[in-house]
Design a protein around this ligand. Sequence first.
Ligand code: MRU
Length: 349
Amino acid sequence: MHEVTEIRAVDWADGPEVGMVLIDQTLLPGVERRVVCVTVDAVVDAIERLVVRGAPALGAAGAFGVAVAVAEGERQGWTVAQLHDQVARIRHARPTAVNLAWGVDRAAARLAEGVDAVVAEGRALMAEDLAANRTLSRHGADWILDRLDHLEPLDRGGPGAPVRVLTHCNAGALATTGWGTALGVVRELHERGVLGRVYADETRPLLQGARLTAWELARIGADHVVQVDAAAASTILGGHVDVAVVGADRIAANGDAANKIGTLGVALACADAGIPFIVAAPLSTVDRHTASGRDIHIELRDGDEVVRWAGAATAPDATEGFNPAFDVTPARLISAIVTEVGVVEPGDG
Ligand code: MRU
């Protein structure tokens, strides 16, 4: 067991400043700073700039964002229509992670009951997400250990050898309400004493893997390295990992899954290498109203995130960046989708 204080990326503060509290993830790993959002403008800005990010964390931020809107509306004397307009701004601040709209809608259903009721809904959502993360992590670890047991020992360094994992982006405590989804599965393996080396893709362009996943893995004392995204395929085909585990921002009804750009390449490499590719997410990320991956709205972010770093140009001034934030992995490439209610195996392999 590793005693590590659980990270709370999103929370509600009752005082002295009442509002939504966020760990500013844009500053990690160098600076650990919390910000308190007390206006809708601040909530929308925090979501757009990725101060808070990751699908389940966005669900909680959406719910507490509604509480911020109700409190601000009371201070400013907004009409009901004005309040709904402000809530809609939060709901649409980012398009791909279904959890944001889900969290907003769930909290907005209690809007007429006042701030306390909306905050209570946000807290309930958080508790449920945390419990879901813990449960799905156990399912994921069980599935991996069972699957790897059936591989020829030579494929992975002998029976009972530590499980070597590749992950992409950050689907840990910072991306959720605590513990994590994909990184939750990794943590579960770590707690069981069967985790080998973790290969964390750095995750261009905003480096959630290098800045956030590595930070979380270091906190729990897990053996890990950060690699450039372009190394993932050769790491997988070179036999350095036994399994890839990623999170998701939206899972369509047919099992196609949107996740951070670069995930699709990892899935293709796993299929070629014949190792499992696993998507771990709570049920709140499954969107039954989206038929397939083709219907998922992929966020196109500012090209400057690609062609500039820390204020300096990394490409000629006249060159524009192309910056889709997510890609879609077809269900046929996914060995297992792990949620809190169990595991489904949509893929061919
Ligand atoms: O743009 P972000 O940082 O909000 O991206 C979302 C993600 O963190 C990932 O896609 C993650 O793997 C799934 S969300 C737990």
